[in-house]
Design a protein around this ligand. Structure first.
Ligand code: PLP
Length: 347
């Protein structure tokens, strides 16, 4: 391990120990503009970044024709998901979510006494919106929709989702997670926030912006709701560091980088999908930077072979059908994955 002490040789970035296809990270980021801005911001890290954070909230607000008062910053969008869970749990009751979905943060709700009502995805691994709506009772405090969905990569079109949110938010708070939306052609549902006071949209710089390690994300919601969520933060908007805020501000302007990330992802995802098809493994068409595929026909060797080749992937998510998720890395990363895939499944 290289020493990071002053005066000694510093190796940065540290040598990669594995090919990381397990966390849906953007392998190309942070963007060139963000890197420069972040390096410059290190010197100012002795000061609290209040003004820069406000500028960032204004800039984010403008992107959605909203104001800074519609924006709450967090150290990653996970902080936002946790805050919303805590807020919803202030009143005893249940929350409704599809399964499987992104559920790390459920423990925040569960620890505070909230019961999670899980609604299975459809056979096509899509959100079953009518079933979710039918599960809402007077005790429902929160309805969560991840669109596109992690881990399945499926999407609900904006018009359908919008009708669902309008109906569901009449009965409970709705939390819409748009972590991967920028990889798709669908618009954000942020315009609903102009009038809807029972909707929170969680967004992140971890995915298309390639800043997962910078830990910066945000909530979009009506200012009244933002105020209530802010009260649950130890210090309003103070999660992200000066360096992360500087990176986020610059990244929003780096349209070339965002477009390139999206295009590269689509191309490499296509290549990976073709390889899965050729190997005879079923997979779900994906709108994201990951693919959900079935290892039903695997004799148990494939995940071991990947691990032996230093390729990190997720575990089996659904035992029935042996569904697993693979993140889309660079072309080289996926070549390594595909090589192991071919060796395992081509006889
Ligand atoms: N939401 C979804 C759907 C995710 O997949 C993730 C992370 O993978 C997150 C939120 C949390 O990401 P972060 O806290 O880095 O913004």
């Amino acid at each position: 391990i290289p020493s990071l002490f002053h005066g000694e040789k510093m190796i940065y970035p540290p040598p990669a120990v594995s090919i990381r296809l397990h966390a849906n990270e953007n392998p190309y980021g942070p963007s060139p503009l963000a890197r420069t801005a972040m390096a410059a911001a290190i010197a100012g890290s002795n000061r609290y970044p209040w003004e820069q954070t406000t500028t960032l909230r204004e800039k984010i607000g403008q992107q959605y024709q909203l104001s800074k008062d519609h924006v709450l910053m967090g150290a990653g969008s996970s902080e936002i998901l946790g805050l919303v869970a805590s807020f919803a749990a202030l009143q005893p009751g249940n929350m409704i979510s599809a399964t499987p979905t992104f559920n790390l943060w459920w423990t925040v709700a569960q620890q505070q006494g909230m019961q999670v009502i899980e609604v299975p995805l459809t056979a096509g691994k899509e959100h079953d919106l009518p079933a979710m709506l039918s599960k809402i009772t007077p005790d429902t405090r929160l309805v969560y929709v991840c669109n596109p969905n992690n881990p399945t990569g499926t999407i609900v079109a904006a018009d359908r989702l919008s009708s669902f949110i309008i109906a569901a938010s009449q009965k409970a708070l709705v939390l819409l997670d748009e972590a991967y939306l920028e990889y798709t052609e669908e618009p954000s549902l942020a315009p609903l926030l102009a009038s809807n006071k029972r909707l929170v949209i969680a967004k992140t710089f971890s995915k298309i912006h390639g800043m997962a390690g910078a830990r910066i994300g945000y909530a979009l919601a009506h200012p009244d709701l933002i105020q209530q969520l802010t009260a649950l933060q130890p210090w309003a908007n103070a999660g992200p560091s000066a360096v992360s805020v500087a990176g986020a501000l610059a990244s929003l302007d780096d349209k070339d980088f965002l477009l390139t990330s999206k295009k590269n992802n689509a191309a490499v995802r296509g290549y990976t999908a073709e390889a899965l098809k050729a190997a005879g493994l079923p997979f779900i068409p994906s709108y994201t930077n990951f693919l959900y595929y079935s290892l039903q026909q695997d004799k148990g060797d494939f995940l071991k072979a990947l691990a032996n080749n230093n390729i990190r992937v997720g575990r089996i998510v659904e035992e029935k059908g042996k569904w697993a998720r693979i993140s889309i890395g660079t072309q080289d990363d996926m070549l390594a994955f595909v090589t192991t895939l071919r060796k395992t499944f081509t006889t």
